[in-house]
Design a protein around this ligand. Structure first.
Ligand code: UFG
Length: 317
């Protein structure tokens, strides 16, 4: 069962999930902050646990309009946990972000490190983590995992579900995919003067299917005792540069990616990646798919859906 206000998405991927999985996905179009209707959903469905993925996620937009981010991200989390509490559902997996760490002494982020987000988006993720930690401390019934994603990339291997950004893609993977398919002329590489092996910034790119498996593992392996809150890194455990990604995508697609070098993007860090040992120790989870696989799956999605989920309407799928 899925609840979404579709502010940044469409219901089409849910139809595709139903088709792929062979089981119908019940969908409620609803904003989580609409507490009375959300309570109705909880009363009419048998819910044991919640995976909370709802939220706005553009760093730049959060700097320009922080109230929108606090209202949407924090407000919806307060509403959701209020309804969960009143309906006796107290098991939650929350979608957090590596952005909570901010500028750190080491590029390898580990959960025991201090957190210091550098932008309003990161502040909202950390504020929600604090809310959930306080809730878990307040009652022996709450069990909560916050999953700190690194850079989610790739698409479902079927080629039927993938990333469909509105307008010009802000992130590297969808931008490269649109250059490869000919929708955009040239990729801009932001910065080639970082202190990294080839001068371009380094990130931990994790395949979305590995991320999905991380959520299942968290739900299945979370300790049964209450008063539980813990944060876990979900990443592959090493970094790749922007030029590494370009080369991997060229290999996966067989298409040369034209790019130009430009100044650093404001707010970007030089390099960071996950130490994912904690998720492995507690959940037995580790990322199985690499960068090459993420590029192949993204390319399959892009070729089959040149206009994203609009492609279905255009007959391209
Ligand atoms: N990049 C380019 N050209 C582009 C787009 C990106 O060179 O057109 C570079 C960026 O400068 C960065 C790397 O590619 O070095 C990755 O950039 P993304 O925008 O794909 O990802 P970020 O690392 O900026 O973003 C990640 C997550 C976000 C999260 C953010 C917080 O994907 O969800 O970290 O720091 F909010």
């Amino acid at each position: 069962m899925v609840v979404d206000n579709l502010s940044n998405s469409s219901a089409e991927p849910l139809d595709r999930v139903s088709r792929l999985s062979g089981s119908k996905v019940t969908f409620y179009e609803l904003d989580l902050r609409d507490i009375s209707n959300l309570r109705q959903v909880f009363r009419s469905e048998a819910i044991e646990a919640v995976v909370h993925l709802a939220g706005l996620k553009s760093v730049g937009e959060s700097v320009a309009d922080p109230i929108k981010y606090y209202d949407n991200n924090v407000g919806s989390s307060v509403a959701l946990t209020t309804v969960m509490s009143s309906c006796d559902v107290r098991t939650l997996v929350f979608s957090s972000s590596a952005t909570v760490y901010g500028q750190a002494d080491s590029p390898e982020y580990v959960e025991s490190m201090a957190v210091a987000p550098a932008n309003p988006y990161g502040h909202t993720k950390l504020t929600i983590e604090h809310l959930l930690q306080d809730l878990a401390g307040s009652s022996q019934h709450w069990r909560v995992c916050a999953l700190r994603y690194f850079n989610p990339v790739g698409a479902d291997e079927s080629g039927a579900i993938g990333e469909d950004p509105v307008g010009v893609p802000a992130n590297l993977f969808p931008y490269i995919a649109q250059v490869a398919i000919g929708k955009r002329r040239c990729l801009t590489v932001f910065g080639n003067d970082y202190a990294t092996r080839d001068g371009t910034a380094v990130r931990d790119y994790i395949h979305v299917s590995d991320l999905a498996e991380g959520h299942l593992a968290a739900l299945q392996k979370m300790p049964p005792e209450g008063n539980f809150f813990s944060a876990f890194n979900l990443g592959v455990g090493h970094g790749e540069s922007v030029l590494d990604v370009i080369r991997a995508f060229e290999q996966a697609s067989g298409v040369a990616i034209p790019y130009r070098l430009a100044a650093r993007r404001p707010g970007d860090l030089a390099a960071y990646w996950a130490n994912p040992a904690k998720a492995h120790e507690l959940f037995g989870w580790r990322a199985k798919r690499g960068l090459q696989r993420a590029c192949e799956d993204t390319w399959r999605w892009q070729v089959r859906n040149p206009d994203g989920y609009q492609s279905a309407a255009n007959g391209s799928v």
